[in-house]
Design a protein around this ligand. Structure first.
Ligand code: GAR
Length: 198
């Protein structure tokens, strides 16, 4: 099986959906080898440990603005775990080109918008402000440009009148939990056709 490391910063609900999809399917091409957080308080760490997945924390704060120094530490547990593929799942640090190149063609990210719309933060509020009738999430291969890189899958949701950003975030998150495991499994099997869920 391919060894999958998952990077998180917070609650880790997408991480849980990925881990459970691998652990609950004996024929899955992947196996979770590490859950790594930049934040020791990330709720996802205990959820990973409960599932028997190794965890590690590399706090970004001591490194200040020196992203390269942070990443020199961040990469160590990933290498030690022997990861074949890295999944960013609510990992809220921007990665440098140097880090991304180490995992070129084997690092995925989930982003809460229908890329190429709304790269960066506050995606739900921006979709509402724009008056969009459809919103959603995307899984893409990570390249040095933020929230760029080939799209591997997207899931759409409707925007309802009166939606708040939180309403929309919750509706999108349900789809994230379907999309990311489905894309990861296909990716590990070598399929690159874009997956569309609705
Ligand atoms: C998810 O909605 C994910 O798409 C988003 O953060 C949330 C993490 O939730 N990611 C980004 O905004 C990346 N820039 P989770 O920790 O429960 O998976």
């Amino acid at each position: 099986k391919k060894r999958v490391a998952i990077l998180i910063s917070g609650g880790g609900s997408n991480m849980v959906s990925l881990v459970d999809s691998m652990l609950n399917d004996a024929d899955h091409p992947g196996s979770p080898c590490l859950v790594l957080s930049n934040n020791a308080d990330a709720g996802g760490l205990s959820k990973a440990a409960e599932r028997g997945v190794a965890t590690a924390v590399v706090d970004h704060r001591p490194f200040g603005k020196d992203r390269a120094a942070f990443e020199a530490e961040l990469v160590q547990p990933i290498l030690e775990a022997g990861a074949d593929v890295v999944c960013l799942a609510g990992f809220m640090r921007v990665l440098t080109a140097g880090f991304v190149r180490q995992f070129e063609g084997r690092m995925l990210n989930i982003h809460p918008s229908l890329l190429p719309k709304y790269k960066g933060l506050h995606t739900h509020a921006r979709a509402l402000e724009a008056g969009d009738l459809r919103h959603g999430c995307s899984v893409h291969e990570v390249t040095p440009l933020l929230d760029d890189g080939p799209i591997l899958g997207q899931a759409e949701v409707p925007v309802h009148p009166g939606d708040t950003p939180d309403d929309l975030a919750a509706r999108v998150l349900v789809q994230e939990h379907r999309l990311y495991p489905a894309v990861l499994e296909r990716y590990l099997r070598g399929e690159r056709a874009v997956l569309h869920l609705s």
